[in-house]
Design a protein. Structure first.
Length: 124
């Protein structure tokens, strides 16, 4: 994860899943951790941010990145594993107040975004 928690990060929204996640998470990839290797995009885990309640997210129009399509505070409604899906992919949560398929499209189509991570309390 990026060291700039609390700072503004620029990147893209995406739906993150891999073996063992038992579904998909709404996520953000910091553009500083996206590289081109052998003409293929390579994303580092250092730039991966799974969205959490309290994070501030701004999603921009993919065709006109100066236009905001949504901006607000992340408030997720969580679900038990293997009970909810978006476009036939298992999901762990919905953003409250946004239709599921609208939200999912922005993440599946990797819309550009800005993220400000909520400050978390450090554990002793």
């Amino acid at each position: 994860m990026s060291k700039k928690h609390g700072g503004k990060l620029l990147g893209v929204c995406h739906l993150f899943f891999e073996t063992g996640t038992e579904g998909s998470f709404w996520a953000f990839q910091d553009k500083k951790h996206i590289r081109i290797v052998d003409r293929q995009e390579s994303w580092s885990y250092q730039g991966l941010h799974i969205l959490s309640d309290g994070d501030e997210l701004t999603i921009y129009n993919k065709k006109d990145p100066k236009k905001v399509v949504w901006s607000g505070i992340i408030q997720l409604k969580s679900y038990p594993v293997f009970t909810e899906s978006a476009y036939n992919l298992w999901i762990h949560s919905d953003q409250i107040g946004i239709p599921r398929n609208t939200w999912a499209k922005w993440f599946m189509d990797e819309y550009p975004a800005k993220l400000i991570k909520a400050k978390r309390k450090k554990l002793p």
